[in-house]
Design a protein. Structure first.
Length: 94
């Protein structure tokens, strides 16, 4: 099972955002941060590079925005980061 750390970029344009990212099925989020070069929110994850691909839903919420019901049952918290004046909280479907 060869592993690597890959970066996945997320989109934010205001409020709460749904993102769908293509990842290997074996995926472990390690870090969330704004990329200094692109100013995009990114998730760095350890992946099995030979695992089958899947599509993961990723939710990004700004501080103070309401969280949908069921988020605790269906999503795992991945991390919080700042982007300019915004603070973002990232949840990945479990």
């Amino acid at each position: 099972m060869p592993q690597a750390i890959w970066k996945f970029e997320l989109q934010t344009t205001g409020g709460a955002f749904n993102n769908y990212i293509k990842t290997p099925d074996k995926f472990k989020p390690l870090h969330v941060a704004a990329d200094n070069k692109t100013n995009l929110i990114c998730v760095w994850a350890r992946v099995d590079t030979e695992a089958d691909d899947c599509i993961r839903e990723v939710l990004v919420f700004g501080t103070g925005h309401p969280l949908p019901g069921g988020i605790a049952e269906h999503f795992e918290y991945a991390g919080t980061t700042q982007q300019d004046v915004f603070v973002w909280h990232v949840f990945i479907a479990s």
